[in-house]
Ligand binder design. Structure first.
Ligand code: PMP
Length: 322
């Protein structure tokens, strides 16, 4: 699996990448993280990270909410993450997980400022997360999405993932593929770790960023390509639960989920239960683009390997070269 882990500004062997039991991120969930995908392009023998600077910018924004600092600016964090993937010599679809967290406490209590800021990133090979070749069965969860003035969902805060974990686990145990979560007001928010789009009268509809969602980078990408490439109108608006049952198409999207069609909601079939035509077009376009195959969107794909053969340079425990 992962050979090398980035801890602070050092690359260390995975076996040495350990943290104290007193770490506040472990004790109380005080961490912010990202989930980032890198896609292998066979023809070019290159690994491309999709929208890496945007993910690290969101990590920075999440960190600010928890009064935390990243160890370096975004450009430098991009370079460290690229280097981490290269040092692990990953030559297949992979996943990158940077975490900024509160480490050892300087005092007992819940003052976020009484703990030391730390950073770690690791990566591993990762294929599909949700099935994308068929319509998913989703169920509206009885677990309600956390709200902004309690624990902000717009930040990817470690501790707040108890909320989608309860929803997802219960929905799997009930026989669904995935959960949909409602806001505390009863409007539709998002999937457990993905954003929701509906196709209504030939237009895309998605809940706005004020509906207690994580404002997904894939969501933003889909909004952009839907308008730019397919001339689709995208409406950000509040969605009622009962609307879900009569839409033409519905899909989830996220770094992990990619673009995954919804075949049924609460046992009610959407369309013919398979992947709808608009969803399929967006899915195909997306999966091609993330692999660096679309020149127009190549700027969203950060190449990892600086030499075609990857790197054999594994200077462990060395300070990151600027
Ligand atoms: N919502 C939640 C709660 C998530 O955890 C994720 C995954 N990061 C998403 C939506 C999708 O976000 P993105 O497209 O940035 O991966």
């Amino acid at each position: 699996m992962t050979d090398v882990v980035l801890m602070g500004d050092k690359f260390v062997p995975a076996a040495e990448a350990t943290i104290s039991v007193r770490t506040m991120a472990f004790n109380s969930g005080w961490s912010v993280f990202e989930g980032i995908r890198a896609y292998w392009n066979e023809e070019e023998e290159q690994l491309f990270v999709f929208r890496l600077p945007e993910h690290l910018q969101r990590l920075h924004n999440s960190a600010r909410i928890l009064r935390m600092e990243l160890p370096a600016d975004i450009d430098e964090m991009v370079e460290r993450c690229r280097s981490l993937l290269e040092r692990n010599n990953l030559r297949e679809d992979s996943y990158l997980r940077p975490i900024a967290y509160k480490g050892l406490p300087t005092k007992l209590g819940v003052n976020l400022l009484d703990a030391v800021d730390e950073f770690v990133a690791y990566c591993f090979p990762q294929g599909r997360y949700l099935p994308t070749e068929r319509g998913l069965s989703v169920g509206v969860s009885s677990w309600v999405r956390i709200q902004d003035n309690a624990a902000p969902p717009r930040a990817k805060i470690g501790g707040t993932y108890v909320n989608p974990a309860l929803a997802k686990t219960d929905s799997l145990l009930q026989g669904f593929d995935e959960a949909l979560m409602l806001t505390s007001e009863g409007n539709v928010a998002e999937g457990s770790t993905s954003n929701l789009f509906l196709v209504v009268n030939g237009e895309l509809v998605t809940p706005p960023s004020t509906e207690d969602i994580l404002v997904g980078i894939t969501r933003g990408t889909i909004m952009e390509i839907a308008e730019e490439e397919f001339g689709l109108k995208v409406r950000e608006r509040v969605v009622d639960r009962s609307e879900l049952y009569s839409v033409d198409e519905a899909f989830l999207c996220g770094t992990g989920a990619e673009v995954a069609a919804i075949g049924s909601v609460d046992g009610r079939r959407i369309g013919d239960g398979n992947i709808g035509p608009i969803t399929r077009q967006l899915q195909e376009f997306y999966l091609d683009m993330v692999r660096g195959k679309n020149p127009k969107y190549r700027h969203w794909c950060t190449p990892v390997h600086t030499s075609a053969a990857g790197t054999s340079d594994r200077e462990l425990s060395s300070t990151v070269a600027k």
